[in-house]
Write a protein that binds this ligand. Sequence first.
Ligand SMILES: Cc1cc2nc3c(=O)[nH]c(=O)nc-3n(C[C@H](O)[C@H](O)[C@H](O)COP(=O)(O)OP(=O)(O)OC[C@H]3O[C@@H](n4cnc5c(N)ncnc54)[C@H](O)[C@@H]3O)c2cc1C
Length: 522
Amino acid sequence: MMLSNLLVSNMRRRRKFIELSSLAAMRAQFLIECLADLKKNLVKRGLNLLIQHGKPEEILPSLVKAYGAHTVYAQKETCSEELNVERLVNKRLQQLLPQLGNGVSRNQSSTQVTRLELIWGSTMYHMDDLPFECSCLPDVYTQFRKSVESKSTIRGCIKMPSLFGPTLAIGDWGCVPAINELGFQQEKAVSRDLLRRYKDTRNGMLGPDYSTKFSPWLASGSLSPRFIRDEVRRYEKERQSNDSTYWSLSLSLSLSLSLSVHAILFELMWRDYFRFLSIKYGNSLFHPGGLRKTVQSWSQDQTMFETWRDGRTGYPLIDANMKELSTTGFMSNRGRQIVCSFLVRDMRIDWQMGAEWFETCLLDYDPCSNYGNWTYGAEEMSPTEEKDQLPGAEAALGDMGEEGDQAEEDGGGGLDPGLCQAAERDVHAISVGNDPREDRYFSIPKQAQNYDPKGEYVAYWLPELQALPSDKRNFPGQSYIKPVVALKHGNTNKSSDKSTASATRNHQAGGKQVEGSKRRTR
Ligand SMILES: Cc1cc2nc3c(=O)[nH]c(=O)nc-3n(C[C@H](O)[C@H](O)[C@H](O)COP(=O)(O)OP(=O)(O)OC[C@H]3O[C@@H](n4cnc5c(N)ncnc54)[C@H](O)[C@@H]3O)c2cc1C
């Protein structure tokens, strides 16, 4: 028996700052569609999908009791809330033992314990194939990548049988829930089809073609990274392996995709990396001080936070990205990095508030990737402190710097298997997250010039800027909202300097400074 607790686990994470918002309806709608698709495909192959709505620790034991199952299979999770569900399910299954007897299948004796079998999944590299124990995972991504690339292999996909079954004699298979049955309002759920609306314009943040848009399907378990990798290999065989060759892969997603062959595997390794990191560091991923448990002063000024959340900061690039997020549930990787840097470094607002907002909105929300990336971008230490604590870290820069989307500067050598000492030393060579780079600041004027030079992206999401000349859309001065803070490293838009300076003074006077503490306990 294998059942999914997908809907439950994607909507139950405990929050400190943000209540479950109606925006989570977008993800709920997406997951409902995934579920409907899964059911349809199973039926096509002679099976069915039993759907029940409730707590896994209550539903699974009741099904075991009703059908006399000897084993419950589920995918192994890594973060604390999900691990707690596993623990509760297991506990309740153990408690079933004395009750077995009635309704138990013929091949199950009354003394048999129902097992919970947890199976590793989700990552491109299987955990058992890593060249090190997860507890010795390198803290610098480059070292991780080099090590797995040279010493591990990616398993192929298991071919799906054309026919399963025979199907079980179950009276009521349950229905795919409607969005309002999950406590969300129908009209608030904006379908992901909105992503197609801007198909006609292309650049780093606008349009369907700059990246794969695989993430929601990967996060929900609808798409396997190993399948993507197999398709990449198939393409390479057909069209010769070549770094500079671009590929196009058509899956059932009906979006046209093009990305460098090796770049996509590289991105998928980031995804693996954050998942393995969550095993190594456990709850630290969710602590205010991150993996290093540093103590920092963050502002939790709600009014200021809301200007960021709602896209009213006065910086078109930030506001456009935040509007895209709340409208579609998606934001480009570059956008995510820029708004994260702005919230943490320019506004000095608690990174956890940003992470929770992303958690609320993202269709592709995944605790490991979200909190991993947020902690990666959240640190700001004095250069002296950082130098003192980062011996040799400059030689092994992580990526996600200003220049180059997910590019990395290699410098660190691969980590030998079992070199736990070196890995442990690296724990101190990292920031709140695992970015060894000093003050990874994203300058908004520079990002706007590089990635939205004609202001097409900002004008798409902020129609009030459409009438402005293209070179003014990112720097609208008096024609747009007054900036709420000055940029930490200055603003090339001279016209807004005065207003940003006064905005900063107001912010500092009214903003509540709260020292990061260990309030988030998971
Ligand atoms: C602050 C912040 C929060 C993020 N939160 C999430 C999240 O909750 N869920 C999520 O899936 N991704 C998250 N990302 C990573 C990344 O932004 C998205 O995976 C990517 O933008 C999705 O678009 P795509 O599928 O077109 O990616 P592509 O660029 O086409 O990459 C292909 C796949 O590689 C993986 N990937 C790419 N970049 C990263 C990365 N930096 N970290 C982890 N995996 C990566 C994703 O699974 C993605 O689908 C976050 C990044 C930042 C900076």
